[in-house]
Write a protein that binds this ligand. Structure first.
Ligand code: IPE
Ligand code: MG
Length: 229
């Protein structure tokens, strides 16, 4: 969800105002995904590297996350959204961790849309923690065993990977899982990424041919329709 800071700067507002608008954009995006039949939405809220930002921005982001989780839980529940917080919790405050656990428990029965919020997350962290848990239990490391040990093991690999804010890089998001994802880069700043932009991303995705290493002639009509898993 890149571009909050620039969105605020363009309006002569503090960066935190951009992050607040980012929460609004996420709320709308969750609804837009639901109405379009998307079953899993995974967002990058705070990376392992974001701790290096100025201290007031980090503390502002943490406070905003805590507030958003508490405020949104009822509406999310009413809309059938199941929350997961994915990332290394050891550096988060115990108060925030208990709010996250509470939100996960309160939404655990919901089935319409899974919303994964990646928090103090990094793709390299996930690969390393999966490998180290396999090593400590003496399990052979294979692509399949690693896959099962990942913090993202509860959902399929993403079909579509969207980055907003104009940069064309992955920035340590879903490194393992994005092996065959279709990448889509939008110049829109995250607070401006609305339903129309989501439709444009889905339309671009629909036009891609996903071959998964095969050649075009081998693909079944289902695969060509983009329903491969
Ligand atoms: C949001 O956008 C990403 C978060 C860490 C919450 P940025 O804060 O990176 O916004 P820009 O890139 O400065 O515009
Ligand atoms: Mg940025």
């Amino acid at each position: 969800m890149d571009g909050n800071g620039r969105w605020a700067k363009k309006r002569f507002l503090p960066r935190l105002a951009g992050h607040k608008q980012g929460v609004e954009a996420l709320r709308a995006c969750v609804q837009d995904c639901r109405t379009r039949g998307v079953r899993v939405l995974t967002v990058f809220a705070f990376s392992s590297e974001n701790w290096n930002r100025p201290a007031d921005e980090v503390s502002g982001l943490m406070a905003l996350l805590g507030l958003a989780v508490v405020h949104e839980i009822k509406a999310l529940s009413d809309n059938g959204v199941r929350l997961y917080f994915v990332g290394n919790r050891s550096a988060l405050s115990p108060k925030l961790v208990s709010a996250l656990v509470d939100a996960e428990q309160k939404t655990a029965m919901n089935e319409q849309l899974i919303l994964n919020v990646c928090l103090n997350y990094g793709g390299r962290w996930d690969i390393a923690q999966a490998a180290s848990s396999l090593a400590s239990s003496g399990t052979t490391i294979t692509p399949e065993s690693l896959d099962r040990a990942m913090a993202m093991a509860h959902v399929p690999d993403p079909d579509l990977f969207i980055r907003t804010g104009g940069e064309q890089r992955l920035s340590n998001f879903l490194l393992w899982q994005a092996a065959y994802s279709e990448l889509y880069f939008s110049d829109k700043l995250w607070p401006d990424f609305d339903g129309t932009e989501l439709d444009a991303a889905i339309a671009a995705y629909s036009g891609r041919e996903r071959r998964f290493g095969k050649i075009s002639e081998q693909l079944t009509p289902t695969l060509k329709d983009g329903h491969a898993d």
